[in-house]
Design a protein around this ligand. Structure first.
Ligand code: AMP
Ligand code: GLY
Length: 427
């Protein structure tokens, strides 16, 4: 088969690598890709939102299956457009992608079908929202309804902060139309867990769990980022918790969609908070997580092409997902200054230390590009150094060891990926 992956991050690099393990893949393409992906797949410089060009490309290259890594094209309806042209594509249609594209829609669905989540109110009118926060309990969380590059969630510890958040999202329109509506949510606490799952419209098959580290600095300080590192599995996500989630969250979500006559085929990413009252849904995403995918897919034993095809054909119940009984850790090497201003174009050295035949150490590229004979930095998150180990402790040690193999000016990383999990377990 000829397969096309759409995206340019570490997540897409990990998806490409996993796809290449399948004997079904004849030729792999990734658009637009990055310097690391270009070493294992044919890349082309087409914008991910230019559906017309992507469709032309898919036809010209006789693509049998397209896989979409990113949220923007999914929420804008890339799957509907490809299907109209008779092209096979893995991912939810526009209507189903609202699970991520509209937080208000997701919250209303959860409420209607009794899926555990934080209490909330929805507002389309800034004046009413400002009135509501006068008597609200703090901290609370103000969220832009639509996509906002992961920046549309503001945790407010006082009335003043909430007032400012409403102004920023609804009036200054910092996230554009995504802020026409907001959700104001109860602040909940606990361990966060990411569970990515495959869904074929009827069956939902959760993958092994993982945990992201969203803040820029150690000890969860600093600004929110796309994610500074991840590990899989999460030691906090016990079998008992998983059983609860399967019945009360995963299956119920798919049933809810079905009852609303929405067919969901693709990835449902459950962002969970393990609270004292039990697991609650923080958010849904409709795609693989980044950097969770880098850690999770390395441990998946199944042929990924077969799983994608089973989802499209509604035969996921025929597949049993299997994961290696080890751990994987991904540490992001970022450009100093990220998620704010940072420099690009720094030469990256030491990449040759990663051997593509290696089964323990991986260097997933995110913001990188080729410049002559060199590979240079081209984004905030540059590389995802990932290692497998017998357990979390060993995987952490190996990932950090490999972080020293590469260097570029302004290289920045968190030094505590997986640390709090190791400490909590040691107690
Ligand atoms: P979201 O994009 O909705 O997952 O929010 C991004 C991050 O904000 C989450 O990963 C949590 O760390 C935090 N967050 C979101 N909603 C809440 C909430 N209701 N209570 C506490 N933290 C939250
Ligand atoms: N790592 C969180 C996300 O992909 O949204």
């Amino acid at each position: 088969m000829n397969i096309l992956v759409i995206g340019s991050g570490g997540r897409e690099h990990a998806i490409c690598l996993k796809l290449l393990q399948s004997s079904k893949v004849k030729k792999l393409y990734c658009v637009p890709g990055n310097a690391g992906i270009a070493e294992i797949a044919e890349t082309a410089d087409i914008a991910v939102m230019d559906f017309e060009k992507l469709i032309k490309f898919a036809k010209k290259k006789e693509i049998d299956l397209t896989v979409v890594g990113m949220d923007d094209p999914l929420c804008a309806g890339i799957v509907d457009e490809f299907e109209k042209e008779g092209l096979r594509i893995f991912g939810p249609r526009k209507e189903a992608a609202r699970l991520e594209g509209s937080k208000a829609y997701a919250k209303e669905l959860m409420k209607k079908y009794n899926i555990p989540t934080a209490e909330y109110e929805i507002f389309n009118d800034a004046a009413k929202a400002k009135e509501y926060i006068k008597a609200a309990k703090y901290p609370l969380v103000v969220k832009a309804d639509g996509l906002a590059l992961g920046k549309g969630v503001i945790i407010c510890s006082s009335y003043g902060e909430a007032y400012e958040a409403i102004e920023k999202i609804m009036l200054a329109k910092e996230f554009g139309k995504s802020g026409d509506t907001i959700v104001i949510e109860e602040f909940i606490t606990g361990r966060e867990v990411s569970v990515l799952s495959f869904c074929d419209g009827k069956t939902v098959s959760p993958m092994s769990s993982s945990q992201d580290h969203k803040r820029a600095k150690d000890n969860d300080e600093g600004l929110n980022t796309g994610g500074m590192g991840a590990f899989s599995p999460s030691p906090f996500y016990t079998e008992e918790i998983e059983e609860y989630c399967v019945e009360n969250i995963y299956k119920r979500t798919v049933e809810a969609l079905n009852r609303e006559a929405v067919e969901f085929k693709g990835i449902i990413f459950f962002g969970l908070m393990l609270t004292e009252e039990g697991p609650k849904v923080l958010e849904y995403n409709v795609r693989f997580g980044d950097p969770e995918t880098q850690a999770v897919l390395l441990r998946l034993k199944n042929d990924l092409v077969e799983v994608f095809e089973a989802c499209i054909e509604g035969k996921l119940n025929k597949i049993k997902l299997e994961f290696e009984a080890n751990a994987a850790v991904c540490v992001i090497l970022a450009s100093e200054g990220y998620p704010q201003k940072y420099e690009k174009g720094m030469v990256i050295k030491g990449l040759d230390k990663f051997n593509s035949a290696d089964n323990e150490f991986y260097c997933f590229h995110a913001g990188t590009k080729k410049a002559g004979a060199e590979i240079v930095t081209n984004g905030g998150r540059v590389l995802g150094i990932t290692a497998k180990g017998a357990d979390l402790k060993e995987a952490v040690k190996k990932a950090y060891e490999a972080c020293e193999w590469v260097d570029f000016k302004g290289k920045y990383k968190r030094s505590d990926i997986g640390k709090s999990a190791l400490e909590a377990r040691g107690r």
